[in-house]
Design a protein around this ligand. Structure first.
Ligand code: IPM
Ligand code: MN
Length: 372
């Protein structure tokens, strides 16, 4: 398969973790005889410095001309510390999601058996946790009208949803549930919000066409609690933009580190793949950020294009890195492996898992990588 891939590293550790994903995709190319072309584009604070805006037109055009987009991370300490900045790096990502209509953000949360001890929750609580969040990504309070009174003392953000915006993602979520454990939980605040009541109405109606899927409703406050008490009760979660943002971070904590989880943002015409986690500017350039979330995002991408064997090869190699403890320090504080070395190991194990099975792991300590 030929794929044109736009590569948007963004800010912080984004470019570093994404570089590991590209290594893995090169390994997939070599092993399975595909042809991927990578073209880099600027977004976020980097783009603001170069073009004066977080999403220059050339980047949007690049994305439109590509089959797929790989995204790193966005945001810097400089802007986080300045709430009155008029233009922010994050706006680049929001604008891109909106312009390409990437309305469905898909975030799987699965506890890796090798890492159960990393979770802040007790083993018996997280046992079997495997759910997937369908977060609406281009509507709601993120994109409603924003107002600030002239004297700067009153502000508002409008939360608006249309039936169409709800139904297109609801169909995605029901289809996913149909292929999984056949349970869909709509998370909302229907006891208070008009938009949530519309979500319930529209989703209930759509549910009639998926009789095999059990539909249940949870208020978001209760859902946040349930996610900590019994995370394994969930199969597919469907929710609006803001609740999905919060719940997906909470969900990722169940796995012990945010550095592991991938995500996909899908629309009818475009698809973008990115790690769950933020730009972690404190780690920038230090070769310590965990590249696994980014690498697993490429596995999601491969599956999206029907390349399931290729996707499994990536996941298997990631799994092996964890079993062999070729991991960054967030997973093992004593680890001597960095972002690059973990990326090298995973890529090498995609190319030939048997050849590397008895590898002398001592030789791939930081700065001494022998696996290229
Ligand atoms: C995410 C991020 C973004 C969001 C930020 C960077 C705008 O937190 O992808 O979850 O809030 O959607
Ligand atoms: Mn978020």
């Amino acid at each position: 398969m030929n794929l044109k891939i736009a590569v948007l590293g963004g800010d912080g550790v984004g470019p570093e973790v994404l570089a590991q994903s590209l290594k893995c995709l090169r390994a997939v190319e070599e092993t399975f005889h595909h042809h991927f072309t990578f073209t880099e584009g600027d977004i976020g604070a980097v783009a603001m410095e170069k073009y004066g805006k977080p999403l220059p037109e050339v980047t949007t055009e690049l994305c439109r001309a590509s089959d797929s987009i790989l995204f790193g991370t966005i945001g810097t300490l400089k802007y986080d510390a300045n709430p009155s900045a008029k233009v922010r790096p994050e706006q680049g990502l929001l604008q891109l999601r909106r312009e390409l209509e990437l309305f469905a953000n898909i975030r799987p949360v699965k506890v890796f058996p090798t890492l159960v001890n990393k979770s802040p929750l007790k083993k018996h609580v997280i046992f079997g946790t495997d759910f997937i969040i369908y977060r609406e990504l281009t509507g709601g309070i993120y994109f409603g009208e924003k107002k600030l009174s002239k004297d700067g003392t009153i502000a508002s953000d409008l939360c608006e949803y249309s039936e169409k915006e709800i139904s297109r993602i609801a169909h995605f979520a029901f289809k996913s549930a149909k292929n999984r454990r056949k349970k869909l939980t709509l998370i909302d605040k229907a006891n208070v919000l008009e938009t949530s009541r519309l979500w319930r109405k529209v989703v209930t109606k759509i549910g009639e066409s998926y009789p095999e899927v059990a539909l249940e409703f949870l208020f978001v406050d209760n859902a946040a609690m349930q996610m900590m008490l019994h995370p394994n009760q969930f199969d597919v979660i469907l929710t609006e933009n803001m609740f999905g943002d919060i719940l997906s971070d909470q969900g990722s904590a169940i796995c012990g580190t945010k550095g592991l989880l991938p995500s996909a943002s899908i629309g009818n015409d475009f698809a973008m793949f990115e790690p769950f986690h933020g730009s972690y500017p404190q780690a920038e350039g230090k070769n310590i950020a965990n590249p696994i979330a980014s690498i697993l995002s490429t596995a999601m991408m491969l599956s999206h294009f029907g390349l399931h064997e290729e996707s499994s090869a990536v996941v298997t190699a990631v799994d092996k890195s964890m079993r062999k403890q070729i991991v960054t320090q967030d997973l093992n504080p004593d680890s001597k492996y960095g972002t690059n070395e973990v990326g090298d190991f995973i890529a090498a194990n995609i190319i030939d898992s048997d050849e590397n099975y008895n590898y002398n792991y001592e030789n791939i300590g930081l700065g001494r990588s022998t696996i290229i």
